[in-house]
Design a protein around this ligand. Sequence first.
Ligand code: SF4
Length: 204
Amino acid sequence: MSEIVTTQLPVMESFYTIQGEGYHQGRAAYFIRLGGCDVGCVWCDVKDSWDAAKHPLHDIGTIVAGAAQYPGRIAIITGGEPLMHDCTPLTGALHEAGFQTHIETSGAHPVSGKWDWICLSPKKFKAPLPEILPLANELKVVIYNKTDFQWAEKFAAEVSPNCKLFLQPEWSKSGQVTPLIIDYIKDNPQWEFSLQLHKYIHVP
Ligand code: SF4
C-alpha cells in the first residue's frame, strides 16, 4: 500500500471575491492567504499574517475543496509571503481540480510550485531573489514616495519583455502619490495604473 502524504499549510483566511489589483483586476477569484512573512513592510495592511504559527494548518485537500465550492477557476495564493512555504503540493492539487494558479509574492524566497501567473511585488524591506525576475508575468510596484519610481525601473529592466508593468499607490499615501503616478505613466506609457479596486467596491 502506498504511503499517504498529508501536506498542510497555515491558512490565515480564504475567500471568493473580485481580484482588485493588477492585470487580472475585475476577475472572480478564490484567494488563499497563507500565514508567515518575514519581509516586514512598514505599511503592511496584513500584519496579522506575519506569524505563521498564529494560523491553523489546513490540509491541501480541504483548501482545494473550499475553492471548488465556487464557479471561478482562478486561485490566487497570497500572504503573508506564500513562498516561505513549499507551494508544490498546493499548486498540483489546484491544477488537478481545474484551477489556474496565481501567486502574489515579494520574491524574497525561492520559487516553489507551478504557476500560471506570477505577480511579483518587490519590497524594499527584503529584496527579491534574482531568480524570480525573469519568471514574473506581472511586476507590481507599490509607490510610497517619489523615489520609488527609480526603484521600480531597476526591476523593470530585469523582468522579461512580456512582463506587464504596474504602479500602485500605497493606500495610506494614495492622495499624495496618485497624481505623481498619473504623470509618471503619461511620460512612461509602458507602465499601467493598479488601483486596488476592491477597496473602492468594499469587497475583501
Ligand atoms: Fe505585508 Fe506583504 Fe510586506 Fe509581508 S510582503 S510585510 S505581507 S506587505
